[in-house]
Design a protein around this ligand. Sequence first.
Ligand SMILES: *Cc1c(COP(=O)(O)O)cnc(C)c1O
Length: 451
Amino acid sequence: MNDTRTLREYDRKHIWHPFTQMREWEESDPIVIVRGEGCWLIDSLGNRYLDGVGSIWTNVHGHAVPEINQAVKDQLDRIEHATLLGLANDKAAILAKRLVDIAPPGLTKVFYSDNGSTAVEIGLKMAFQYWQHKGRPEKTRFISFRNAYHGDTIGAVSVGGIDIFHAVFNPLLFKAVHAPSPYCYHCELCLEKNHADCNRECLNELERLITANANELAGLVIEPLVQGAGGMIVQPPGFLKRIRELCDRFELLMIADEVAVGFGRTGSMFACQQEGVTPDIMALSKGITGGYLPLAATMTTKEIYNAFLGEYREMKTFFHGHTFTGNPVCCAAALASLDLFEENRLIEALEPKIEYLSERLNSLSKLQHVGNVRQCGMIAGIEMVRDKTTREPYNWEERVGMQICQEAKNHGLFLRPLGNVIVVFPPLVISLEELKFLLDGIETSIINICG
Ligand SMILES: *Cc1c(COP(=O)(O)O)cnc(C)c1O
């Protein structure tokens, strides 16, 4: 029953995979993961793959970590689930306190859900309703960035800006204002002049759009420091601070989507902390349980929370909730993960790894078909281009990124690209030795596919 052939057959016959052309999948022999060990994934045939993308940007402490396993087991023996609709539970309460302690100052309220899309969706609804309660019912719209990714539910897609994912759903979406992305590698300004000019233009255009729409804007949504699914696009220093100032000046709630960058990924616990910024609303998910279980939190300020207080008949309640909100097993995993951050001084330990990553990226950038290379902490994006000088991109249909990641399997790596960008997003506990293995494998795979 459990042999690889049978497992593959059941999968191909019955599972509809996310973001996957299933005709191709049905013709493939998928790797079937059955175990994990540290930063390694182990398949049904006993092959080992270094998890180069941290199980889609979630994994912090590695797989099957004894401390988190124990916390989950202990919690299961007490209780598996109790609802937050009408009850409190110990783990959810303790975790809320712990999150507030480590978050940017002022974010003192925690609304739980179970994935990144809902965490953002909740932020949007909170911001929208906040202005209703504040007597500014005309503030109903949102401004976000091209190339942004905030999740796949309808509201999150509405503020997203990746055409290849989002265009088909256009008729279903609410109309957001889309500002230019701080991504400029292929833009004319950047080619002709320089990066700094381009970033200034980007902020000027943002300010123009906000000024033109300020009266009806409820909030601004941003992935702080790095646009993830858009291709690991790193913002210039000072960008986020400037966004905070604009939000203050024009009375917009700043919604920071830290779903990908939260929990140490950029070299600080939260990305906003690198610019000393407290957003009005912060969405967290992927790394919150160390990549163990589905959990999300939307954190906000007392100011916003207080706007929802009133007599029941005033209808100020936030009518939103999910069935598994604040699940104690997920919260127990998150607490164990936070303990490990402290015990292993994980964030301090990132420094030499970030430096090593940067050295290796620097030498990778000299390869013939490597274009822009971007890094922020333990995130990197290596953009493949047909022509290094003119920056002519590869056609997206060629799927050079996917070819490189396929090749990487032969070198013991599991990678998942974003178009023609090779993503590096390993578990934060990765050792220097494993990081070397990862970058050696990426280098060889790039050379084997592109030359
Ligand atoms: C992954 C991601 C989301 C969506 O999270 P899901 O758990 O997949 O719904 C939202 N925002 C960002 C920045 C993400 O990277």
